[in-house]
Design a protein around this ligand. Structure first.
Ligand code: M6R
Length: 352
């Protein structure tokens, strides 16, 4: 059941602290400051990594590829539906990682099969034990989010991000006591976001806008894309997410005083650049909502702030995303949408 929540989506948003604890269990050692994933013990790989995924899982994969590159592992990310349209980009030395909550998405399965066919090594990052992806791949790492009923992916996205953070440590051999401690603290920080969020007030203030835009740079760019996908999926409103720097290359033409811009500046190491983009939209009269762990630095440029605790550059974006999940939920709720089963969409997309 929904345990007293009006929708599965809201219940699952609130399950994120538990989901992350489960994802981390027996994989991070606080004593040693190490990250060890049993399921990956026999995965020996020092070549390039390619991610294939769709939708929200693709946004998690974008984040995972950034983590790997920062840690010195060449990594690329592909929409699964585009992976084999032209020549398949993998070579035998590539590790191809399918990020798929359900483990049944047809496009992702097809990309993984193609990778297996050319002799690349494959890994499924999935939530469902024994799913098609788990069976197809040479290796499997479970994200342990627990069943997700709402069509909108919420807790599985956070669990994918955390699983990818661990995977990137395993593959790069890089991980520090500090990172392990930050991972350990994440569930409590998520709880704090859930307990203190003012997302509902923001939804009240901006429901009925012409469109909703989301911008972010670096690790916050996938969060901007995800914020927009969630908004369009459950509210049926026009929403777009952009890497912050892209705004001035076209989308800025859409910005008016009727289009709130959510600027994700969380754990950001390029705050001044993203603030530059914020000033560009403000000059067009757009209301700005900053999603940030540095309100003292950013707040003066925003009409509203959705605050998150600091969890460092790699993990604070995970917290920012939770604020955006709540904004979408409350906008859709105010509009009376069918939140758990949005029109035209299915939980698991088994056709290509
Ligand atoms: O089961 P998967 O992770 O492979 O699903 C991929 C997408 O269909 C999925 O993430 C979709 O975008 C979500 N409904 C978005 O909330």
């Amino acid at each position: 059941g929904k345990s007293g929540y009006d929708h599965y989506m809201l219940k699952e948003i609130h399950e994120q602290p538990t989901a992350i604890r489960k994802c981390l269990r027996e994989r991070v050692s606080e004593l040693e400051g190490t990250i060890d994933v049993d399921a990956l013990a026999d995965l020996e790989h020092d070549g390039p990594v390619q991610f294939v995924a769709c939708g929200t899982s693709y946004h998690a994969a974008l984040y995972g590829a950034k983590l790997l590159r920062e840690r010195g592992v060449p990594a690329q990310c592909f929409l699964a539906s585009e992976y084999e349209v032209d020549a398949i980009p993998a070579i035998e030395e590539t590790l191809v990682v399918g990020v798929t909550q359900s483990g049944e998405t047809a496009d992702t399965m097809s990309a993984l099969r193609a990778a297996n066919q050319i002799g690349a090594m494959t890994l499924a990052l999935t939530n469902v034990v024994g799913s098609s992806a788990a069976r197809e791949c040479d290796h499997v790492m479970y994200i342990r989010a627990g069943p997700e009923i709402g069509v909108a992916a919420t807790k599985t996205f956070a669990s994918q991000q955390v699983a990818l953070a661990m995977l990137s440590s395993v593959l790069s051999g890089e991980g520090s006591m500090e990172f392990v401690e930050r991972l350990r603290d994440l569930p409590d920080q998520i709880q704090k976001v859930l307990d203190e969020s003012n997302a509902r007030d923001i939804a009240d203030a901006y429901e009925g806008s012409d469109a909703y835009f989301f911008i972010g740079r670096g690790y916050n760019a996938p969060v901007a894309l995800e914020g927009a996908l969630k908004m369009k999926e459950i509210s049926y409103e026009h929403a777009e997410g952009f890497a912050a720097g892209e705004l001035k290359h076209g989308p800025l033409a859409l910005v008016t005083d009727q289009t709130p811009v959510f600027a994700v500046i969380a754990g950001d190491t390029n705050v001044s650049k993203t603030l530059g983009n914020v000033k560009e939209v403000e000059a067009r009269g757009a209301p700005v909502v900053a999603v940030t762990d540095s309100p003292e630095q950013v707040g003066q440029y925003a009409d509203h702030v959705l605050e998150v605790p600091s969890a460092g550059p790699l993990l604070t974006p995970i917290l920012a995303n939770i604020q955006l999940q709540l904004v979408s939920y409350w906008v859709a709720n105010r509009m009376g949408r069918s939140i758990d089963k949005p029109r035209n969409l299915a939980k698991s997309v088994t056709v290509e």
